[in-house]
Design a protein around this ligand. Structure first.
Ligand code: GLA
Ligand code: ZN
Length: 671
């Protein structure tokens, strides 16, 4: 297994490189990622290249059997380049230029920049194509897309021309007749910048994450999100193509988990493998452990295949202020969490914190003085432990019976108009993820293009933008015996973000066997009681209530207050050999977990273990036909977990029976 760090030789004196390489190899490290921000060192002036320093660093690593992932440096175009090409700077939606001084100061659409990026990529690939110590390439660093410049406008117009062919078609898909926005030709089409109805929140409270002060045509906005995402896919492809012409090495990019500006399913298509950057607890926020697990599952779902960690947190992290220091055991726990969910390469960010620059507070394994202390020891021990596990995680598989479908098109549509001030698409998906996890049911988080037939249950929460093809796919799946769960705000829109004229839930009407009589967006602290028919369990809907009329479906829960008291809130419908669950309102964690339990029991879903312990994750994996289990204790206190029989404890080499105790932040691997 590859195990190593992100390293910046350009930030340290040459004399230190070998000391670092030696310390890395003593920690059983065998890989470093290099060079992804080193453009000004690789090309100090236009057309003048200097690879000597990097060659030397790579050679030192080779001496210690440490392989290299080479990053293309296009996230940080140097000053000489920007000075002679001012138009590369991104422009924000107020028309302001985003200037030099940090990174990512470029527009992905700008043709001149695309050529600069191509050229440095070719030069690097030509220079390193025969270097055996390089094992993979990383394109750029953490792509984002945010620009409203004139190049973007032109690019958007061309993108639209390809998509709609005629301007009449665009006008009718977007409904530009509304507020007299009809375009006469593609050259008139705008990018969604600041307008006279913008600048104040349309969603009341100012701390609402869905607050959107921009009120453009929803069809235009959605297409702009798509265009921006596509432009990054294109930008990445330029580099991918050049590297492929010169080497056969695998190519990756470092993604950012739940980051929502790019369609990661599209971005992943041109890559050989996905890698991602994970900081569970940093200056900007602390993630719940299941948010991290869900991000891992999504990263696995991008290509439905194992991935790498390209930056895994290894110290306290911040820019101006410093986040919490990882407690003893936490780095090991995060590492196994990633491995359990599908990582098979582990690269920590970073070896040693910088002495200067924006990130001098972003700590790594060592401290500023270059000394390895507790964190270094923990990771070195881990290196040894993983070595003993004999590549257990490499080529292992997460074989799951349940999928949650995520759609970036839907995410953007929900962001443009979140229906209710409290609605959050990612949050809704997460609620279902938690409910499954509360039942020890493992899940794939993946795209609607994935083959549904390998799953017993597919969840498509708030899948609102629809096409006839997706409808047919869902119908085939359910007809053949699959179970589908959908929720409120599903099927009501066409793919280009206009409202469907089919009675709600629109495209899902027949599948769900229901019609919506009305819906009620729940505002200003109001709550609506929901009662489950069988268990009599009660909950309160706080965001949204669909008022349902059953055609062929059966009610599972009904509203118990307000003028629609007695009307169905949750239903199930038989369709072909399968079933469709419709959840017409938001539910709290307990009732959602009970509902999932009920569905799981009826669908004979496999729960990894019967016993559920708060804060303990249990992940089952397969390798070469045999299964093993990873138990992760995310609690800061020890726990006991009941087991169905005897197991080999792979980390201790002992046998255990009926019960296992796991220390605070501890990990157990059982076979
Ligand atoms: C990201 C980047 C790194 C570094 C860290 C810390 O993940 O990829 O280069 O900037 O954040 O801020
Ligand atoms: Zn631009």
């Amino acid at each position: 297994m590859y195990f190593g760090v992100d390293y910046y030789p350009e930030q340290w004196p040459k004399e230190r490189w070998e000391i670092d390489a030696k310390m890395m190899s003593e920690a059983d490290m065998n890989v470093v990622r290099l060079a992804e921000f080193a453009w000004s060192k690789l090309e100090p002036a236009d057309g003048e290249y200097d690879f000597k320093w990097l060659d030397e660093a790579i050679e030192i690593f080779a001496k210690y059997n440490i392989k290299v992932i080479l990053g293309t440096p296009t996230a940080t175009p140097p000053k000489w380049l920007m000075d002679s090409n001012q138009e590369i700077y991104p422009i924000d939606l107020y028309g302001m230029k985003k200037d030099f001084g940090t990174r990512r100061h470029y527009c992905t659409v700008n043709g001149a920049y695309r050529e600069f990026a191509r050229k440095i990529t070719i030069k690097m690939a030509e220079h390193y194509r025969n270097n055996d110590n390089i094992i993979a390439w990383q394109i750029d660093n953490e792509f984002d897309a945010n620009c409203f410049c004139d190049h973007c406008k032109k690019g958007f117009q061309e993108w639209l021309k390809k998509k709609y062919i005629t301007i009449q078609n665009l006008n009718s898909e977007w409904g530009t007749v509304f507020w007299s926005q009809t375009y006469q030709n593609f050259e008139q089409v705008i990018t969604p910048r600041y307008t006279s109805s913008d600048g104040f929140s349309q969603n009341a409270s100012s701390d609402n994450p869905n607050r959107s002060p921009f009120n453009h045509n929803p069809g235009l906005l959605l297409d702009y999100y798509r265009f921006k995402s596509d432009s990054v896919v294109d930008f990445q492809k330029i580099q991918v193509d050049e590297i492929r012409k010169l080497t056969n090495l695998p190519i990756t990019h470092n993604l950012m988990g739940h980051f929502s500006e790019l369609d990661y399913f599209d971005l992943g298509k041109d890559l050989d493998f996905i890698s991602w950057d994970c900081y569970p607890n940093n200056m900007w926020g602390k993630s719940n452990h299941l948010q991290i697990s869900m991000a891992h599952d999504l990263m696995r779902g991008v290509k439905n295949k194992n991935f790498w960690m390209m930056e895994q947190q290894s110290g306290p992290c911040g820019w101006q202020v410093i986040g919490d220091t990882p407690e003893p055991g936490q780095i090991r726990l995060w590492t196994y969490q990633a491995l359990a969910h599908g990582a098979e390469g582990m690269v920590y960010f970073r070896w040693r914190p910088a002495l200067f620059g924006t990130e001098q507070y972003w700590h790594g394994i060592l401290d500023h003085d270059g000394v390895g202390r507790r964190r270094y020891n923990e990771i070195a021990n881990l290196g040894e432990e993983l070595k003993k596990l004999n590549d257990l995680f490499v080529d292992s598989k997460n074989v799951n019976e349940v999928a949650i479908i995520k759609s970036y098109d839907n995410l953007w549509s929900h962001r443009i108009q979140p229906h209710n001030i409290k609605f959050d698409y990612n949050g809704l998906l997460y609620d279902y993820y938690v409910a499954l996890n509360n039942n020890n049911i493992m899940v794939d988080v993946t795209s609607v293009d994935t083959d549904f037939t390998k799953y017993k249950l597919v969840l498509m929460p708030a899948f609102n933008l629809m096409t006839d093809e997706i409808k047919a796919k869902c119908e085939d799946y359910v007809r053949g015996g699959g179970k589908l769960l959908i929720t409120f705000r599903s099927g009501t829109r066409n793919w280009n973000n206009s409202m469907s004229t089919i009675t709600n839930p629109g495209y899902f009407k027949e599948l769900a066997g229901i019609e919506l009589e009305e819906y009620d967006s729940i505002n200003f602290g109001r709550q609506v009681e929901v009662i489950f028919n069988e268990t009599k369990f009660k909950d309160q809907a706080k965001k949204w209530c669909d008022i349902i009329k059953c055609n062929s479906a059966q009610p599972l829960a009904t509203y118990n207050s307000h003028y629609y008291k007695g009307k169905p809130a949750v239903t199930v419908n038989s369709f072909g050999k399968g079933e469709v669950y419709y959840v017409g309102c938001d539910l709290g964690e307990t009732s959602l977990s009970l509902l999932i339990k009920d569905i799981a029991d009826k669908s004979l879903l496999d729960e990894v273990l019967d016993e559920v312990v708060e804060g303990v994750e249990i992940i089952r994996k397969e390798k070469g036909g045999t299964t093993f289990m990873v138990l992760l204790n995310h609690n800061s206190n020890p726990v006991h977990v009941k087991l169905p029989g005897a197991f080999d404890n792979l980390l201790t080499g002992t046998k255990i029976k009926d019960e296992v105790s796991i220390e605070a932040y501890g990990v157990v691997v059982l076979a």
